[in-house]
Design a protein around this ligand. Structure first.
Ligand code: URP
Ligand code: ZN
Ligand code: ZN
Length: 455
């Protein structure tokens, strides 16, 4: 299959130029001025458009058994929505139950994804227990190409592990040269605060944030950084939401800790007031962990993108619908945590970061694509436009203006946290290894062509 993208302006993390891109058999084979279309080629005219490398979401939960229910997307709906938003590769999480073996959980996630995903994907392997059996299986899993672990400092009694397990996980990661992604909230403090608030009759969604304040996240961040300092492991702080936690990560960086930082589009745009709505369901839609914060954190996080202190932009897509959110009526501790955001991650960042002049185009590509590929062993196959790379390309119309609506989005969930907000730009055409999966912003492609990427 041959595809020629003509007349566009190619933007990567470090270059910007007009050229044509020829893609053959899934790979970019030539980038040049005015390439003549081969006889069998499909031609996409990208005149007036940006040509970006496919975006990479380093943090999604498509299959997610959590808090007594399951997130709503499956690999077909989730990856279609991702593609419509320009994401051509996502990194999901295999999360074993406490008594489950890692390989058993991996098999479950593979069954869910294989033959269903429409974009490429890979997995972070969560470590929810550490013993000799788990260690042996993790070694095999890394050998087989899944080269990042995930640990939860939060979620006591569910996915969380204790300090000894954490230490051993980091030691193993250092030995095997794999990155450890970490959810950084002190579980003991969360649990104590949750129960104290609940027992005092503070039961609504507005108490979710006070039960996991910024100090709790900063402490979790400091904790994992200290462990990484001692073990020498490379770590990746997921969904960092506030200035206090960023300070801890930056201090650790200055001490030489090998730490990367991710924040989420929602933590750049939505503040805590969304979860304080007087209507329970409206508020519960915005319950996630770490929680939405006071708006004065926004500037610090945006600056983190500008000055390089934050590496990547994720979505932490974890869609629970309004019926599921009602599970926590009368007890905020039972509201399924998470929001749907993988479809809107890139365009909301473009709208509020690039179109406002806050973040330049190269940095945009870097944080929404290239850096994740570099940190997680996918570069330069993914994350850039160059001969030899996979032909994952986004033809982006910067002049488009639209409005986000749940009734037109592609995620399998009945609300959108950005409902009614204006967006600038649209992913007109999106390709996965040379197959056109999106045209005019709509999924038109082949289901099930997504591959599990070994790293
Ligand atoms: O609230 C969230 N973030 N839900 C998804 C699970 C996680 O902690 O990432
Ligand atoms: Zn998390
Ligand atoms: Zn997550």
């Amino acid at each position: 299959m041959t595809l020629l993208i003509k007349n566009g302006e190619i933007i990567t993390a470090d270059s910007r130029y007009h050229a044509d891109v020829l893609c053959e058999d899934g790979t970019i084979t030539r980038i040049d001025d005015d390439i003549d279309p081969p006889a069998d080629a499909e031609v996409i005219d990208a005149d007036g458009k940006y040509v970006f490398p496919g975006f990479i979401d380093p943090h999604t939960h498509i299959h997610l058994p959590f808090m007594g229910t399951f997130a709503k997307d499956d690999y077909t709906t989730g990856t279609k929505a991702a593609l419509c938003g320009g994401t051509t590769t996502l990194i999901d999480f295999v999360i074993p139950g406490k008594d489950e073996a890692p390989k058993e959980a991996l098999e479950t996630w593979r069954e869910q994804s294989e033959g269903n995903a429409c974009s490429d994907y890979t997995y972070h392997m969560a470590v929810t227990r550490f013993d000799d059996e788990v260690e042996a299986q993790l070694r095999d899993i890394v050998d087989d190409g899944l080269t990042s672990f995930k640990v939860f400092l939060a979620y006591k009694g569910a996915f969380g592990i204790d300090d000894e397990e954490l230490y051993r996980t980091l030691e193993l990661a250092e030995e095997l040269d794999v990155v450890v992604a970490a959810h950084c909230e002190n579980a003991e403090m969360v649990s104590a605060l949750q129960n104290k608030l609940y027992d005092a009759g503070k039961t609504g969604p507005e108490w979710h944030e006070p039960s996991r304040p910024v100090e709790v996240e900063a402490e979790g961040t400091r904790h994992i950084c200290s462990m990484a300092e001692v073990t020498g492991a490379e770590i990746y702080i997921v969904h960092l939401s506030c200035a206090d936690a960023l300070e801890e990560a930056v201090e650790a960086k200055m001490r030489g800790v090998n730490v990367h930082v991710e924040t989420l589009i929602q933590h750049l745009l939505l503040d805590e007031s969304y979860a304080q709505h007087e209507d329970f369901v409206e508020a519960a839609k915005f319950v996630m962990s770490p929680p939405l914060r006071a708006g004065d954190n926004f500037e610090v996080l945006w600056a983190g993108f500008e000055n390089g202190l934050i590496d990547t932009l994720g979505s932490d897509h974890a869609p629970f619908d309004t019926e599921q959110k009602k599970m926590g009526r009368g007890d905020f501790r039972k509201i399924p945590n998470g929001i749907p955001s993988l479809e809107d991650r890139v365009r909301m960042f473009y709208t509020h970061g690039v179109a406002t002049g806050r973040v330049d185009l190269h940095r945009f590509v870097e944080v929404a694509s290239t850096r994740a590929a570099q940190v997680f062993g996918l570069f330069p196959r993914k994350g850039t436009i160059q001969p030899g790379a996979d032909a994952d390309i986004v033809v982006f119309d910067p002049d488009y203006e639209g409005t986000i609506r749940a009734d037109t989005h592609n995620m399998n969930v009945d609300y959108n946290p950005f409902e009614g907000m204006t967006v600038r730009g649209r992913c007109d055409a999106v390709t996965v290894r040379g197959t056109v999966q999106v045209r005019d912003g709509e999924f038109v492609g082949e289901e099930g062509i997504g591959k599990l990427l070994k790293r």
